[in-house]
Design a protein around this ligand. Structure first.
Ligand code: SF4
Length: 471
C-alpha cells in the first residue's frame, strides 16, 4: 500500500512559525511588561536629563553630548524606525514598547474608571492633534531644544496619565482616542504584512468560555472588539489575544490586502466619518503639512519672504512684530545660542507650513478626487493608495532632519539624495498601481490621476534635494 504524504508548502511553514510567534507573545506577557518598563525608564531619562545640561554648541556631534545624543536617538533613530516598523510589523511599537501606552494602561488600573466621554470619540482628533503638534513642535523647535522636547513629549505623557486616571480600567483610552500619532499609526499599520487575523466563524463556533489559557483572559487595552476586527489599524499587536477561541492568530498577508478590501478600521466611529478624517490626515497632514514642516528650514523662499515681510513692516513702523516673544514655549527664544524667533518669524513659519499643506494637500486631494470620481469610489478609499507614499514621506523627512541636526550641514551626498528620491518614487508608483487595481473601470485614467497627484510632492522633494541642498 502506498503512503499518502501531505505536501507542506513553504508558505504554510512560514504561516505556522508566525502563528507560533503570536502564541509565544501571549505566553510571555511578563517579559513584555519588563521590556516596556525598561523603555519607560530610558524614555524618562532621555526626556528629562537633557533639560538640566548645558545646550551643546552647533558643532557638537552625537557622541560629544548627551543632549545631542538624545536628540539624534529621538528624531534620527526612534521616529524613522517607528514609522518603518509600523509599516512592517503593524503597531507593535504601541503594544510592546511605547512608554506612554504602558504608563496610561498601568495608571488606569488605579484610576476612577469612568466611561469614555462622547467628545473624546470625535473622529477628527487624529487630524487636529497631529497638525497641532506638528505646528507647535516647529514653533518651539521640538527637535533641537531639550526644554521643547520635554514640553511636548512630557506634556503628552502627562495627558496620557490624566486620561488613564480618569477613564477606563486597565485600558489605553488615551492611545485609542487622543494620542497625536494614533491616526498616523493607524494609516501606516494598514499596509503591514503581519497582523492578527480573526476567523469569525471559528470564534463563533468555539465552545463558550473556550480560551487557550484560563490564567490569561484577554484584556485588549485599546478596546477592540476582537471578534469583529478586520483591520490592523487599531490593533496594538500586543499578542494577548493570540489563539483566543482557536480563532485569532498572528498571520502574514499582502501589504495591499487591506487597501484593496472594503474594511473599515476598528475605531468605534462611524466608518465613513472616521475614514474621511483619516484620509484628510493622510493627504493634508502626512503629505502636505509634514512636507512643509520638513522643508521650511532649508527653503530660500521662506527666508526671502521673511526678509521681505520684515523690511515692509520696518518701513511701515510695525516694529512689535520684529521683536522676540521672550518665551521659549511660545516661539524659539535662546539668545545665548543665537536662536531667536520674532513674532514675524513664527507667523511666517505657520503660514509656510499651512500654505504647503493646502497647496500640496489640495493638489494630491484634487487628483485623487478625480480618480475616485472616475472609478465611482469614495474619495477616502482612493486616498488610501497614498499610504506607502505618506510613510515614505515621513521616513525620508525625519532622516533628513536628523542628518542636518547631527552634521549641522544642509547639503546632502548625491547618493543619499538619489536613494531618498528612489524610495519616494517607488512609493508613488505603488500608489498608482494600487489605484489601477482599486478601479473597477477607467483603470488607466485612475492610475494616471494618482501619478499626477504624486508629481507635486515628488517635485517639491526633488527641488529640495537637487537645488536647495546643493550637491
Ligand atoms: S486585538 Fe487587542 S488584544 Fe489582540 S493583539 Fe490587538 S491589541 Fe492586543
Amino acid at each position: 500500500m502506498g503512503v499518502i504524504t501531505e505536501r507542506v508548502t513553504p508558505q504554510a511553514v512560514r504561516g505556522e512559525r508566525i502563528a507560533r510567534l503570536g502564541l509565544f507573545m501571549r505566553r510571555h506577557q511578563g517579559s513584555i511588561a519588563a521590556l516596556q518598563w525598561a523603555v519607560v525608564l530610558c524614555y524618562l531619562a532621555m526626556v528629562v536629563v537633557p533639560v538640566f545640561l548645558p545646550l551643546p554648541s552647533a558643532d557638537t556631534r552625537i557622541w560629544g553630548s548627551f543632549t545631542r545624543f538624545t536628540q539624534f536617538m529621538f528624531w534620527g533613530v526612534w521616529w524613522p524606525c517607528v514609522v518603518l516598523s509600523i509599516m512592517v510589523f503593524g503597531r507593535a511599537w504601541c503594544g510592546l514598547l511605547c512608554p506612554e501606552g504602558t504608563i496610561t494602561e498601568w495608571v488606569s488600573w488605579y484610576g476612577l474608571g469612568l466611561g469614555i466621554p462622547r467628545w473624546m470619540k470625535w473622529p477628527g482628533w487624529p487630524f487636529v492633534t497631529f497638525i497641532g503638534v506638528a505646528l507647535y513642535g516647529q514653533m518651539i523647535s521640538l527637535h533641537q531644544f531639550p526644554a521643547a522636547t520635554l514640553l511636548i513629549l512630557g506634556g503628552s505623557t502627562v495627558a496620557a496619565v490624566v486620561v488613564g486616571l480618569l477613564y477606563g480600567r486597565g485600558k489605553r483610552v488615551w492611545c485609542r482616542h487622543l494620542c497625536p500619532v494614533w491616526g498616523v499609526f493607524a494609516l501606516l499599520a494598514r499596509v503591514a504584512p503581519v497582523h492578527f487575523s480573526v476567523d469569525r466563524a471559528a470564534w463563533d463556533g468555539a465552545p463558550s468560555g473556550a480560551r487557550t489559557s484560563r490564567r490569561h483572559p484577554v484584556n485588549c487595552a485599546p478596546l477592540i472588539n476582537i471578534r469583529r476586527m478586520e483591520s490592523a489599524a487599531a490593533c496594538h499587536m500586543c499578542g494577548r489575544c493570540a489563539g483566543e477561541r482557536g480563532a485569532v492568530q498572528l498571520a502574514l498577508r499582502s501589504p495591499t490586502a487591506e487597501i484593496l478590501s472594503v474594511t473599515a478600521p476598528e475605531t468605534g466611529y462611524r466608518a465613513d466619518a472616521s475614514n474621511l478624517w483619516l484620509a484628510w490626515l493622510l493627504v493634508f497632514g502626512m503629505i502636505g503639512a509634514a512636507q512643509g514642516a520638513f522643508q521650511w528650514a532649508v527653503s530660500p523662499w521662506f527666508a526671502a519672504a521673511d526678509q521681505a515681510a520684515a523690511a515692509w513692516l520696518g518701513a511701515h513702523g510695525v516694529s512689535w512684530l520684529l521683536h522676540p516673544s521672550g518665551h521659549w514655549w511660545i516661539l524659539i527664544d535662546y539668545p545665548r545660542s543665537g536662536h531667536v524667533f520674532t513674532w514675524l518669524d513664527g507667523g511666517m513659519l505657520v503660514a509656510y507650513i499651512a500654505a504647503e499643506a493646502v497647496i500640496v494637500g489640495g493638489w494630491v486631494g484634487g487628483w485623487t478626487w478625480l480618480a475616485a470620481m472616475l472609478c465611482e469610489l469614495p474619495w477616502w478609499r482612493m486616498a488610501s493608495v497614498f499610504s506607502f507614499f505618506s510613510g515614505a514621506n515621513l521616513f525620508v523627512g525625519s532622516i533628513l532632519l536628523a542628518w542636518s541636526q547631527d552634521t549641522g550641514a544642509v547639503s546632502l551626498p548625491r547618493w543619499a539624495a538619489v536613494v531618498c528620491m528612489g524610495l519616494l518614487t517607488l512609493a508613488a508608483l505603488c500608489g498608482a498601481a494600487l489605484a489601477g487595481r482599486l478601479a473597477r473601470h477607467h483603470r488607466a485614467s485612475a492610475t494616471l490621476a494618482v501619478l499626477a497627484a504624486a508629481a507635486l510632492p515628488l517635485g517639491a522633494w526633488a527641488v529640495e534635494f537637487f537645488v536647495w541642498r546643493k550637491l
